[in-house]
Design a protein around this ligand. Structure first.
Ligand code: PLP
Length: 396
C-alpha cells in the first residue's frame, strides 16, 4: 500500500519550490529578464576558483577507482582529519575526526541528528519563523513539532517563551543562526542564555536536551557581527554544517555533523547518527566532493556581493515605505506585509512579476521572505515593480 504521508509530501511541493517552478514557467512565457525571482536560496555567486582547480587536479591525479568509489560511511578518514584540524583551529575548540560524520548537506546532517536523538512521540522545539523543511524532518522521525515564536520585533529568541515550551517530552531544540528567513544572528549572550536554560531543563528532566545548531550560513554575517561557536556555550550541542552556501555548491550536497566529546554519551550519539545514516540509505557522502574539501577549507565564494545586495534592498525598499527587519546575516530579507494576509500580498506582487515567499510556511504570518542571493542587476531591474507594488498598497 502506498504510504499516504509520503505521497502527500511528494505531491505537495513546498511553497518556495512551487513559486520557483511558477517563476520558471513565467520566464518561458514572457522572458527571463522580465521576471524578478526572489524565491530560492540558490547562490548566484560562483564557487571559489580553487574548488574547480582542485577538482581538476583530483581528476587527473587520483586513481579513479578510489576517487569515485565508496568511502567509509562516516566519511573518508583523511578528509575528516583535515576537517577536524581546521575546526579545532578556527574555533579554538577540540574536534576529533571521529566526532565528525560527513553528510549529504545540512538536510542530511539534520535528519541523521534528529533520527539519532528523537524517539517517536518526543518533542522538538522550533523557533518560529523557521526553515519549513524542519517540520518535515522532525515528523519524518516520528517527533512532534513544538513551535515557539521569536521576539516579534527583532526575531531573536524569546527566552521566556522557550522556557515555557520545554517539558519532559522535549528531546531537542533546533536553532539556526544566521537565520533563514529573518537574517537574525544570535549573540554570544543569547546563546549562553539558551545554554543555561537547557542545562537547567535537562537536569530537571533527568536527561540531556540536545541543541541542534543548523549552520549553513555561518560565514554570512555582516557589519562585523560575529557568529558564536555554539558548543562553547552548551555542552549538549550537535553542530549541523553545510558547504552549500559558503562555497556556493548547494547541488553538490556536502556537509557534516560534529558531535563534540562534551555531549553526554557522545559515542552513543555518534553511533546513532551512523545508524540513522544507514536507515536513511545515505551510504556515504559523494566521494569526489569529500576529497575536494581539504583543498578549500577556509575559502568562501565572494559573499561581499550579498552584503551589497542586502544594503541596496534595505535602503530602496525602506524608501518605498516598506518595513524590513535589517538582516545581520544569511541572504534573506524579512519584509513586513503591508496587509495582514501575506499570501494575498505575494499574489499582488506576482502581478508585477515579483516572486516573494509568504512567511506562513515558516510558521509565522504577516511577512514575506526576499531571497537576495541574486544578481545585483536583477535587484536594480526589479525596483520599478517594487515601486508599483508599494503604490498598490498606498505606501508611496
Ligand atoms: N537549513 C537551512 C536553514 C537552510 O536554509 C537550508 C537550505 O536552504 C538547509 C538547512 C539545507 O541545506 P543543504 O542544501 O546543505 O542541505
Amino acid at each position: 500500500m502506498i504510504n499516504e504521508k509520503m505521497r502527500m509530501l511528494g505531491a505537495k511541493r513546498s511553497a518556495i519550490r512551487e513559486l520557483f517552478e511558477y517563476g520558471l514557467k513565467r520566464k518561458r512565457e514572457i522572458g527571463e529578464e522580465k521576471v524578478f525571482d526572489f524565491s530560492l536560496g540558490n547562490p548566484s555567486v560562483p564557487a571559489p576558483v580553487e574548488l574547480g582547480e582542485g577538482m581538476r587536479e583530483l581528476l587527473s591525479e587520483v586513481d579513479p577507482i578510489l576517487l569515485f568509489g565508496y568511502t567509509s560511511a562516516q566519511g573518508d578518514a583523511g578528509v575528516r582529519a583535515a576537517l577536524a584540524d581546521y575546526i579545532s583551529r578556527l574555533h579554538s575548540f577540540r574536534c576529533d575526526k571521529d566526532e565528525l560524520y560527513i553528510t549529504v548537506g545540512a538536510a542530511a546532517a539534520l535528519t541523521c541528528s534528529l533520527h539519532a536523538v528523537v524517539s517517536p512521540g518526543e518533542e522538538v522545539v522550533l523557533l518560529s519563523p523557521y526553515f519549513p523543511e524542519y517540520k518535515v524532518f522532525v515528523e519524518g522521525c516520528g517527533g512532534v513539532v513544538r513551535e515557539v515564536a521569536c521576539d516579534s520585533e527583532s526575531f531573536h529568541p524569546d527566552i521566556d517563551a522557550l522556557s515555557s515550551a520545554i517539558n519532559e517530552r522535549t528531546a531537542a531544540v533546533i536553532i539556526n543562526s544566521p537565520n533563514n528567513p529573518t537574517g537574525a544572528v544570535y549573540s554570544a549572550w543569547e546563546i549562553s542564555e539558551i545554554g543555561a536554560l537547557l542545562e537547567k531543563k535537562s537536569s530537571e528532566a533527568g536527561k540531556p536536551i540536545y541543541l541542534i545548531s543548523d549552520e549553513p550560513y555561518r560565514e554570512l554575517a555582516y557589519d562585523g557581527v560575529t557568529v558564536p561557536f555554539i558548543p562553547k556555550y552548551y555542552r549538549n550541542t550537535i553542530v549541523c554544517y553545510s558547504f552549500s552556501k559558503s562555497l556556493s555548491i548547494p547541488g553538490e550536497r556536502i556537509g557534516y555533523v560534529f558531535v563534540p566529546g562534551s555531549v553526554s554519551q557522545s559515542k552513543q550519539v555518534y553511533e546513532a547518527i551512523c545508524g540513522a545514516g544507514r536507515t536513511l540509505g545515505y551510504v556515504c557522502a559523494p566521494s569526489l566532493m569529500q576529497r575536494a574539501l581539504p583543498l578549500c577549507l577556509g575559502l568562501t565564494a565572494d559573499v561581499s556581493i550579498y552584503d551589497r545586495n542586502r544594503r541596496l534592498l534595505c535602503e530602496r525598499l525602506t524608501s518605498l515605505g516598506f518595513s524590513v527587519v535589517k538582516p545581520e546575516g544569511a541572504f534573506y530579507l524579512f519584509l513586513k506585509s503591508p496587509i495582514p494576509d501575506a499570501v494575498a500580498f505575494c499574489e499582488s506582487a506576482k502581478r508585477h512579476e515579483l516572486l516573494l515567499v509568504p512567511s506562513d510556511s515558516f510558521g509565522c504570518g504577516g511577512y514575506v521572505r526576499i531571497s537576495y542571493c541574486v544578481k545585483t542587476e536583477m535587484i536594480e531591474r526589479a525596483m520599478p515593480a517594487f515601486s508599483a507594488l508599494a503604490a498598490d498598497f498606498g505606501l508611496v
